[in-house]
Ligand binder design. Structure first.
Ligand code: ADE
Length: 246
């Protein structure tokens, strides 16, 4: 997958050299290219923002540097990329959206600072590219860069060959599969007793059927306690007879 990121803080993306994503890049599974938005300005101050029409606090990102940058980057390959613009007013980013993005060959991120990008930029590209405004949660960040890190990490780990154990993707909270729509339950490793706390004996039983059932029960209990709306969303078809006893 190719990923381009246009930002006034390309250095913000140093974590993409580390760990899972760093390895994926090294293996050639992920081609991440960073671009400085100010390279597409033409004044000595390399200005990317201006005061908002209509008044109000803060600054708005100017359309010209963004359009020149997006034109240059989006036009530098074959079929155009999907353009992703993080904003608190976008559609919620979920595991489902991550799975959708993981199928794309090319993503282009345009994280904004200040009060956002002049709205005409979205209007312009909506007629030419597939454009997604996405929010990573109901809170306001200082800029879209942290949201890009979140989205890239959630998508990259879904790419074939990125995770050592493909099973860990299918058991994820929110992933389709046996635990679809439920939060993952607790996990344990050695030693069997630590500071007086025991590992649940069933996990040491070797009975794989019973362990699978126990895991689903725990997932259900945790989801009911922390995110009851997720259980409600499963509906009657999402629950078997035993689930209803939990
Ligand atoms: N930019 C600022 N806040 C954001 C959020 N919650 N999600 C995505 N981008 C943002």
């Amino acid at each position: 997958m190719r990923v381009d990121i246009i930002s006034i803080f390309p250095e913000y993306f140093a974590p993409l050299d580390v760990s899972l994503i760093g390895k994926a890049r090294h293996k050639g599974l992920l081609d991440i290219r960073l671009h400085q938005l100010r390279d597409w300005t033409h004044d000595v101050h390399r200005t990317v923002d201006d005061t908002p029409y209509g008044g109000g606090p803060g600054m708005v990102m100017k359309p010209e540097p963004w359009s020149e940058a997006i034109d240059a980057v989006a036009g530098s390959g074959g079929p155009p990329p999907r353009l992703i613009v993080p904003t608190p007013s976008g559609r919620p980013f979920t595991q489902e959206v991550a799975l959708e993005y993981a199928k794309e060959p090319w993503l282009l991120f345009a994280p904004a600072r200040y009060e956002g990008i002049d709205a005409r930029v979205m209007a312009e590209y909506e007629s030419r590219l597939r454009v997604d405004e996405v929010s990573i949660g109901d809170y306001v960040l200082a800029g879209g860069e942290a949201a890009v890190l979140v989205i890239v990490e959630a998508v990259a780990r879904l790419l074939p060959g990125v995770l050592g154990n493909a099973g860990s993707v299918t058991d994820d909270s929110f992933a389709p599969g046996a635990m679809a729509g439920l939060l993952e339950g607790p996990v344990y490793t050695k030693p069997p007793v630590w500071r007086g706390h025991q590992v649940p004996p069933i996990l040491l039983s070797g009975n794989h059927g019973a362990i699978a059932r126990w895991r689903r029960d725990e997932a259900l209990r945790r989801t009911l306690a922390k995110r009851p709306e997720l259980v409600a969303r499963l509906g009657p078809e999402g629950l078997d007879k035993r689930d209803r006893e939990v």
